[in-house]
Design a protein around this ligand. Structure first.
Ligand SMILES: [Zn+2]
Length: 326
């Protein structure tokens, strides 16, 4: 079994592999190519080779001295070529090609699906069929080194892509990007810290989730047609940027990658919503509460004080016409 074949080896550039879907060519790869077993001394083995590579001898396929199969199809342990005294790869006497492109994962899924779809068949089917299926599943065992290497490479790529996604998340203009930067949060929104902003959001969230969005033609119920394009806290952030920094709608549309009209609708919706939501909050303390906490100077000189409004004057030019001023 372990003896090396004397006649099948055919290394060199003039050969190419006759297996369908295999492009290995002696010109480009340093591979060994093996000729078919002799029809005289080993006709049975020759038949097995032809069956395994799924080709029929005839007008389109004729086996000659130069017809060969590359070493990639002999990677299975029992068929793997051994080294002779001179260090050349020689095929074992009874080796048959078993590794083919149609055995790769896609084919594996198909076979397994077929077995799942026809459980009875696989249990009570003919023994030939069972043996063949079993053989196919063994051929494509995931422990093969090339499959394992591919899996490792794919895992490495996934790790790399995940890191890229994380980096892009930070690069994207969103509230998340400023979550660790309270100075920027204060500059952009007026809230002293990210935590304050989130706390405010948690308070408005329950009713904001069911608020009616303002649309040009009609008032539409939540969520907007086609689903919400931004998360709720993101919409709040957009609104705060508009009123705090006065950013233009076109600017916000670019930053958040939405249409300008979407920015407009969201800003109007939030302005109305917060007007009613915050307007309903009692911000004026009762007369008793105010008097209880009046400073000593006020108790003496202004005992009836309810509110102190801080004002300042700014000189501006106005038209002399009272009508235009109004
Ligand atoms: Zn090949």
């Amino acid at each position: 079994m372990a003896a090396l074949s004397e006649t099948q080896e055919a290394g060199g550039s003039k050969y190419h592999c006759v297996v369908p879907l295999c492009n290995d060519d002696g010109c480009y790869k340093n591979l060994m190519f093996y000729r078919f077993p002799s029809p005289v001394s080993r006709p049975e083995l020759r038949k097995q080779w032809i069956a395994k590579i799924r080709r029929d001898e005839g007008d389109y396929f004729e086996i000659t001295d130069s017809t060969s199969v590359c070493e990639e199809h002999f990677l299975e342990e029992k068929n793997r070529p051994g080294l002779d005294n001179l260090g050349r790869k020689r095929l074992k006497t009874a080796a048959i090609p078993t590794q083919f492109a149609w055995h790769r994962p896609k084919a594996r899924q198909k076979i397994e699906r077929h077995i799942q779809l026809h459980p009875d068949e696989s249990e009570s089917g003919s023994s030939d069929c069972q043996t063949e299926k079993k053989a196919k599943r063994e051929d494509i065992h995931p422990d093969e080194p090339n499959v394992k290497e591919q899996l490792d490479a794919a895992r490495a790529e996934i790790r790399h892509l995940k890191a890229q996604v994380e980096a892009l998340k930070l690069y994207k203009f969103s509230l998340e990007r400023f979550s660790m930067d309270n100075d920027s949060i204060k500059f952009c929104t007026g809230f002293v810290s990210y935590q304050y902003l989130v706390t405010f959001y948690e308070i408005v969230k329950p009713s904001a989730e069911s608020m009616q969005y303002c649309y040009t033609s009609s008032m539409s119920s939540n969520p907007p047609p086609g689903g919400r394009t931004m998360v709720l806290i993101g919409e709040l952030f957009l609104f705060l940027l508009r009123i705090r920094l006065g950013l233009l709608q076109q600017d916000l549309a670019h930053r958040f990658n939405v249409h300008e009209s979407t920015v407009s609708r969201k800003v109007i919706t939030y302005a109305n919503y917060l007007y009613f939501f915050l307007g309903a909050q009692p911000i004026w303390p009762s007369k008793e509460a105010v008097q209880k906490h009046l400073p000593q100077e006020f108790r003496v000189r202004y005992p009836n004080t309810r509110v102190v409004i801080d004002c300042m004057e700014i000189r501006v030019q106005v038209p002399s016409s009272l009508l235009l001023q109004s």
